[in-house]
Design a protein. Sequence first.
Length: 212
Amino acid sequence: MKLDWKFLAVASLGPVALGAALVVNVVSAQINDTAKIHACVRDAQPGEDRGENPGGQIRIIAANATCRHNETALDWNSQGVKGDTGATGAIGAKGDKGDPGQAGASGPKGDKGDPGAQGPQGNTGPAGASGLTGVQPIQQDVPLPCNACASSVAIYCPPGKSPLSGGYYNPDRLEILGGAPAGQSGWQIFYIDTSGAAGHFITVFATCANNQ
């Protein structure tokens, strides 16, 4: 087959070779159809000078061109029909390990589980501190040591005992300031006597217990 800018010779191609090489449409040229290749085949004229484009030669034309009066239009597809699917290729090499994905959203809260089995008995704990022993209440009417003065009076637990708490009874309506422990074994009451009269007293009481 010979091909130049203007002519494509097909005289040397037989019907089988031409059919295998091209999908040919031998009807008239499709004007402005750019999906096909358009050509004109010169008709052979008996006794005519073969000249520039003798009979049987092909002339490629533009999509919007037309063949001459002594030519036959010849079109063929610019792209062949789709071929069969190729065979599956070999498995490629294993790729590199990808980066870790983002943490997923927290799932819903699960149902409450069944109670577990009872555990073994624990070891015996250390002995606690000894409790109070020898609790004993005491009470005493204490004469006031002075008149029209501020002072205090106290009572004391038996030997070996200490006061836990204390209080008073105020029959003469003295001004009581408060009470507190007196040393390790007594309880005292603070007061003010503004009457100026002699013979006043106050009843003091306390709760004692054995020393720990």
